[in-house]
Design a protein around this ligand. Sequence first.
Ligand code: GLN
Length: 455
Amino acid sequence: LAQLYLARIGQSDLNAFLHVDQELTLQQARAADLRLAQNDSTPLTGVPIAHKDIFVTRGWRATAGSKMLENYTSPFDASVVEHFNNAGMVTLGKLNCDEFAMGSSNENSHFGPVKNPWDKTAIPGGSSGGSAAAVAARLTPAATATDTGGSIRQPASLCGVTGIKPTYGSVSRFGMIAFASSLDQAGPIAQTAEDCALLLNAMTGFDPRDSTSLERKKEDFSAGLEQDLKGLRIGIPREYFSSGLSADVEQAVRAALQEYEKLGATLVDISLPKTELSIPVYYVIAPAEASSNLSRFDGVRYGHRAADYKDLADMYKKSRAEGFGEEVKRRILVGAYVLSHGYYDAYYLQAQKIRRLIAQDFQNALTGPDRKCDVIMGPVSPTVAWDLGAKADDPVANYLADIYTLSTSLAGLPGMSIPCGFGQGEKNARRPVGLQIIGNYYEEARLLNVAHQYQ
Ligand code: GLN
């Protein structure tokens, strides 16, 4: 199996993989064969997987899509990688992504953009564009990804594959190169909800090495997949079907909702009134945390070091100027600004307050005596994948495309994307559409069940 996928990866021109190492892969594959022969296996033993290059991996490079970490190899494995290794999975390689996971199109990678396998003139989405494209092109059956404001759900949607961002804190962030720590969460991208359930079974769990890791009983995410959906109440947020949504995406999403009605669910009109504020709030909080997290890349402790410099301050300046790309620098500047004395209250603190109200919107719909629904559904992205280059010089246009994914992240809720058809974009091309399913905290098993019944 590993050899088959390695051969496909070798023939691919999508730029999804940043690092492959046949020998490392085959070594793990042989160990998996041995475990299978000795009946010492898990459901994932011998199954290939590839990791977003934001996870550190012993023996493999971990670049986070940045020149800053171009030659970085970690002496230890990320918790997520360790879990999959222990389960006997076989690593095929490391996957391209936006630099430090900042982006919605994968065009912010220092190593060049990934192409969408459905249409190679289109972006794959981001920041986990390599993960989604590799799964969609059958270069790997499974991939790890991370979602800070949509980076699992949006590329999964634009590449026509299944991805789930679990409740914040359910997967350890240890060994995941940090972007915005109060939002970062790892999850799987695979073909189906059934596969995602198996991967989540291995991925989740308490980790004392991550200070925000949740201490919860181990759960079997596969157990409830077959439950029927009779009586399920699906909340349809008005704000997710507003003027910004393109007609082709709306059509595919509405068709999927009709399928859910046939499966016994009822659709309920709900309102998440603060949705619009999620863009300014996220683009204050995430850069603020990023500016702090990325201060470690100073050319001394980690990362690229400039060749010539006068003194220490000059070395910091030159190393960071050379090592970081445009978007990363933009975020560091915004972050440092909103955290600075005199602006902190007006921007950062204000954003934190509205973050709370955004989370409350979801609680009003999903809990309490006036509880309106069991899960929430809507589009993932307002349009299908856009053309490579179309928004590359327009950061705000990229930010606006995150409108349906940011609020879930700000609230820390689980959310997933499943393929639900195709749209046409502007060029009459055939490009995938994803349906988003959002649930209350710890409801990922429910989401997977709801997704599986449709699939
Ligand atoms: N597109 C968002 C950003 O650029 C989300 C990225 C992510 O989830 N990592 O910040």
